[in-house]
Design a protein around this ligand. Sequence first.
Ligand SMILES: [Zn+2]
Length: 335
Amino acid sequence: MKKLLSIVILFSILILVGFHKPPPQSYKNFSIQPLSEGIWAVIQNDKGGHAICNAGIVDLGDKILVFDAFINPDAAAELKQAAEKLTHRTVSYVVNSHYHDDHIRGNQVFMPGASIISTEWTKKEIQKSEPEEQDWARQNNAGQLQKAKQQLQAAKGKERDEALMWFGYFEAISQSLLKLKTFLPDITFNDSLWIHGSKRDALLVECKNGHTGSDAVMILPKEGIVFMGDLLFNERHPYLGDGDPDSWKKHLGKFYKDSSLKQFVPGHGPVADKEQLYVIIQYINDLQRMATEAKQNGIADSVFIKREVPALYKDWWYGRFYSGNLSFVYSKALK
Ligand SMILES: [Zn+2]
C-alpha cells in the first residue's frame, strides 16, 4: 500500500512538472535545432514558410552571429527575435554564405547594429545582381505566384508537400517586394576569416567555384560543426547551374576527409552527418558520367535532359532543378 502511495505521489509530481514545463517555442518560418551549447541550426519551415533557406545562430560569448538571412525580411525579423530570445543579446554579425536572394534579403532587419560579412566576390555579385533580380521579380513574380497556386491546388499526395514549399517561395517574394532594401556586406574577406569571441571562435572559409563563384562555409572548430550554405543540400537536388561541379566536388571532398568535422548544416534540408557530403559528390559524379556517355553516343542535349532521375535520388525535392543540372553537366562534358 505504501509502495502504491509513493508511486501515485511520484506520478502526480511528474504530471505537475510536465504541466509547468513551458511548451517549446514554435516559430512560423522555421524550427530551431540545438546542436551544441550556444549553437543552433535554424531549419526552414518548408510547409509554406517564408524563410526559404536554413540559417544558424551562434553565441560567440560577447557577440552573437547569424549565418544567412533568408529571402523575406519578415521571416528574418523572426530569426532576429529568436536569436535575441535564445542568447539575451542583440545580433552583431550576419554572414551571407553566397549571393543568392534566399540567403541575403533579410539583411535589412539586422540594420543598424550588425555588420554583414561575406567574401569580396559575393559582395560584388550582390551589388550587381540584386537590382536585376528585384526588377525581374517585380515584373514576373505575380504570374509565378499564380502558377504556383494552381499547381498547389492540382497537386496530390507527396507532390502537394513540395508544391506548398514553392507556393511559400513565391509568396515570400511577393510579400517582400515593396519593403526590400539592399544592404551590402560591410566586412569582406578573401580565402578565410577568423571571428574571435569570448566563448568560441568561428572560421569562415571561402570555397571558390562551388555552388556559385564564391561560397563561404562557417566552421566551429571546437564543436566540429559546419554551416555549409548551399554547398550542401540534404534530400534535395542541389542547384548546379551557377557554379562548377568539379571544384564543388573538391570542396566537399576536403570537408569529408577532415575527421574533426562531425555535423553539417545544409543550405536546404535537415541537418546532416558526413555521409551526406559523399552523397552529393556521388550525385554530381552520376550526372557527369551520364552526360559523358550521352555525348559519346551522340545523344542530343534536348533528348538527354529528359532522362529519368536515378533511383537513388527519386524521392528528393527540387526535382525541377534536375533537367537544368543535366543540361549544365552535358555542356561541360568531354571538354
Ligand atoms: Zn544558393
